[in-house]
Design a protein around this ligand. Structure first.
Ligand code: SAM
Ligand code: SF4
Length: 340
């Protein structure tokens, strides 16, 4: 239970969910996320794990109940497993309701015992194809076997898995039914994600955009897919596939349908707090952490950030056939920096 003022934004939304990116680095170079020769931040600009732990404890004190660790690829940063174990203490003492992780799965197999010890009961794994060649092409070099082995070990250890699939018109649209079948046969949920206009230098993304509504129509040509009411405060709409019995989330970041119930903020690996995935406004928590050993500067920074959390985001991809928002806006940073 939190004893300090909870985080309430200017629209009365209670912020109880934080995504914390621990690195901008990654062992893959997914075409929609990074450029082939991605440059990364100097390590000195990253928050140390000690700083991240201090920040996390502070956020828990202010009523954050769910924490998702992401990246970049969170499992590539040295020391991350110890960090997860320390956060896990907050799960075990009941102050944190849930600790989760988003990973590309390449290093998952070796991390499973730590995840279990840290009380992580559920993770998201990104998997855009079950065909080794397509997977290698989309990720620019990834080895599908490593990911499948990690998934199998995590499941065997009792960790629930949701697969995240970014749908790309040319690369994997036709693979979606096989991925859904694979996931549902193993008790995993699947989220199909539209490409988001994040990052300036990722070529070809607009050409690969496919609306998840069109993917839903593909699936409905041979399956019964009905909407279910599973509100999470996030950007997904949920469906149930009658033939597989499994759950399917469609994530449409380009629509504004989820903003009103948005309960989350994101913190980059350099300690920048973004109130909204679709906006550039942010607040520097690193300065607050480094300049003031007490919580005063952090409190001031966070309260200022919350007052400024926008009501809704504005995304736009030219030619995507979407209604143009009043202000056209595509943030310059990539998902690997902000955290997915
Ligand atoms: N490396 C981890 C992974 O891939 O799961 C965690 C970080 S990754 C940035 C988080 C999620 O963001 C992944 O599911 C990825 O597919 C998604 N993502 C990255 N760039 C995206 C984009 N431009 N549009 C939509 N989703 C994107
Ligand atoms: Fe790495 Fe995840 Fe981005 Fe792929 S989506 S390049 S795995 S950070």
């Amino acid at each position: 239970m939190s004893l300090r003022a909870p985080l309430i934004d200017g629209f009365g939304r209670r912020i109880n969910y934080v995504r914390l990116s621990v690195t901008d680095r990654c062992d893959l170079r997914c075409t929609y996320c990074m450029s082939e020769r991605q440059t990364f931040l100097p390590r000195t600009s990253l928050l140390s794990f000690e700083e991240m732990e201090r920040l996390s404890l502070f956020l828990i004190d202010r009523g954050v109940e769910r924490l998702r660790i992401t990246g970049g690829e969170p499992l590539v940063r040295k020391g991350v497993l110890d960090f997860l174990l320390r956060l896990g203490e907050q799960v075990h003492n009941g102050r944190l309701k849930e600790l989760t992780l988003t990973t590309n799965g390449t290093l998952l197999a070796g991390a499973v015992p730590t995840l279990v010890a840290a009380g992580i009961g559920r993770i998201n794994v990104s998997l855009d194809s079950l065909d080794p060649e397509t997977y290698r092409r989309i990720t620019r070099g990834g080895d599908l076997t490593q990911v499948l082995d990690g998934i199998a070990l995590a499941q065997a250890a009792g960790i629930r898995i949701k697969l995240n699939v970014v749908v790309l018109a040319e690369d994997n649209r036709r693979d979606i039914p096989a991925i859904v079948q694979f996931a549902h046969a193993r008790g995993m949920d699947v989220s199909l994600i539209e490409t988001m206009p994040l990052g300036d230098e990722i070529a070809g993304r607009e050409d690969q955009f496919v609306s998840v509504t069109d993917v839903l129509a593909d699936l409905r040509s041979f399956w019964h897919v009905d909407g279910v009411n599973d509100a999470t405060g996030g950007p997904a709409r949920y469906y149930r596939v009658a033939e597989t019995g499994g759950r399917l989330g469609l994530i449409t970041p380009l629509s504004h349908n989820f903003c009103d119930t948005c309960n989350r903020v994101r913190i980059t690996c350099t300690g920048q707090l973004y109130m909204c995935l679709g906006q550039d406004d942010h607040v520097d928590l690193r300065a607050a952490l480094r300049d003031d050993p007490t919580t005063t500067a952090l409190d001031t920074a966070l309260d200022g950030a919350l007052a400024a959390k926008p009501r809704a985001h504005e995304f736009f991809i030219a030619g995507a056939g979407l209604e143009r928002p009043a202000r056209v806006h595509a943030p310059a940073r990539t998902m690997s920096l902000t955290g997915g």
